[in-house]
Design a protein around this ligand. Structure first.
Ligand code: 4AD
Ligand code: MG
Length: 431
């Protein structure tokens, strides 16, 4: 019977059969040390010349990086490191010896080379650890949303119009109907869904044709949009901080090994508990100007601003109430100062920056028509959206998180390109 490297304890001192790939090896005379990975974990397998016959030993000399094989041997404890298992090989069967030398070696490779070989790079221990953490975050999201009475409503990807901004859409030809656009966020559709299910969310790929070549931007990324009936600005933020704290706690419990592989210090993450910090956009600009930024009160925060400001905090920071002109048409104006909107961006600490964008939505029919016109959006495309303000309109709010930004932060990565299996960047569509 094959066993997986995930649960070895009960097999200690027994003969086991493992299947996987050799990701590293060395030999010294009559002994070979093979590092095996099977998808669930990693182990050292030791092959002693005296334990197998001559023919097998000769065959073993052909083993190279990424050889796929099956091996049988006794599971023992590592003599020095008491938390590690080892296998003393008694027999093995090779599936394939690679046809050529494996292109990714232990030496340093540049990011472009690694991205060109992304299909192989995914096999590295670091990439394994990152996607495992991503998986935990996805599961934690579903769990928290379900436990808090959200219904998952899948929003469409092919859409007739923009949600966030017309300049950042990917267009595709759509039969006789003209042009369709790949969705930037399912938000507007979720606003329709709240009148049936109250609290809803979607979670899937979204597309942005922005020409941003930064460490925070992908052209295809995964967003979780949440939308809630009868929830106003303040409560919206509380929901976000509870969700994010829950997700981090899950990673801290389930991914200790992965964080270690990534050399990610878990200590700063242990501090992430509600309440998060809150400052207004105006306060943020004042603070940034003192720190040397040239951004003005009427402007959005730049990427560099986000880096600077979040280095000042040990927990995520909500920046609230931005000037209306830098935000989307659907955001509700602040009744106390209508030049501002009831929105907040959640910025992750340690220089990571924006992970969530959210707001209370404009629920007044006439106001919303005004905003659509001001933004030069085609009114006919928003007819259905306006209907939501004609029939039983209610105060409501929502937010969207970018999964890759959260993965980058938790894994301590400098660039989002490693957070998604096959990144799409403005200059990269392959593999
Ligand atoms: O702030 P954004 O644009 O908000 C919306 O799309 C809203 N409609 C969401 C909502 O209220 N339901 O995007 C949300 C998040 C950002 O905070 C960021 O984390 C991520 O999506 N994001 C990106 N991640 C990677 N690459 C990009 N190009 C991203 N653009 C946004
Ligand atoms: Mg945003």
């Amino acid at each position: 019977m094959y066993i997986s490297l995930k649960n070895l304890q009960k097999h200690l001192n027994k003969i086991v059969t493992l299947r996987g790939w050799i990701y590293n090896f060395r030999s010294s005379g009559s002994i070979m040390f093979l590092q095996l990975r099977d998808g669930t974990g990693f182990i050292q397998a030791i092959l002693n010349k005296s334990d197998i016959d001559e023919k097998k030993w000769i065959e073993a000399q052909k083993i190279s990086l990424e050889t796929s094989l099956e091996l049988t041997g006794k599971l023992t404890m590592h003599p020095k490191n008491k938390n590690e298992f080892e296998v003393q090989i008694k027999n093995f069967k090779i599936y394939q010896i690679p046809k050529d030398d494996y292109p990714i070696s232990k030496k340093e490779h540049g990011p472009e080379f690694l991205l060109d070989n992304r299909h192989l790079w995914l096999r590295s221990r670091r990439q394994w650890a990152i996607q495992r953490i991503r998986d935990t975050l996805i599961r934690a999201t579903y769990e928290w949303m379900h436990n808090n009475n959200f219904t998952k409503i899948d929003s469409p990807i092919l859409t007739p119009s923009a949600c966030e901004g017309t300049t950042t859409l990917f267009g595709v030809k759509y039969f006789d109907l003209g042009k369709a656009y790949l969705s930037q966020s399912g938000q507007l559709y979720l606003e329709a869904a709240i009148a049936s299910w109250g609290k809803v969310y979607d979670f899937g790929p979204v597309f942005r044709a922005e020409k941003s070549k930064t460490r925070r931007h992908l052209t295809e990324f995964w967003m979780m949009d949440a939308e809630m009936a009868f929830i106003e600005h303040e409560e919206n933020l509380k929901i976000q901080e509870n969700l994010i704290s829950f997700m981090i706690k899950k990673v801290l419990v389930e991914n200790q090994e992965e964080l270690k592989i990534l050399e990610r210090d878990p200590e700063p993450l242990k501090k992430i508990k509600p309440p998060f910090y809150r400052i207004t956009h105006q306060e943020a600009i004042k603070k940034l100007q003192k720190l040397g930024s040239k951004t003005r009160e009427t402007e959005d925060l730049g990427g560099e601003d986000e880096t600077i400001i979040t280095k000042q905090y040990d927990k995520p920071l909500f920046v609230e109430k931005y000037p209306a002109q830098v935000k989307s048409f659907y955001m509700k104006r602040n009744p106390k100062n209508p030049s501002l909107v009831l929105c907040a961006d959640l910025l992750a600490p340690e220089g990571y920056g924006e992970i969530i964008g959210g707001s209370q939505r404009e629920d007044n029919y006439d106001e919303l028509i005004k905003r659509i016109k001001e933004n030069n959006l085609p009114l006919e495309n928003f007819k259905w959206y306006l209907d939501l303000r004609r029939y039983g309109s209610i105060p409501h709010s929502g937010f969207g998180f970018g999964l890759e930004r959260i993965v980058a932060w938790l894994c301590g990565l400098t660039h989002v390109r490693e957070t998604i299996p096959f990144p799409r960047l403005i200059n990269r569509l392959n593999p």
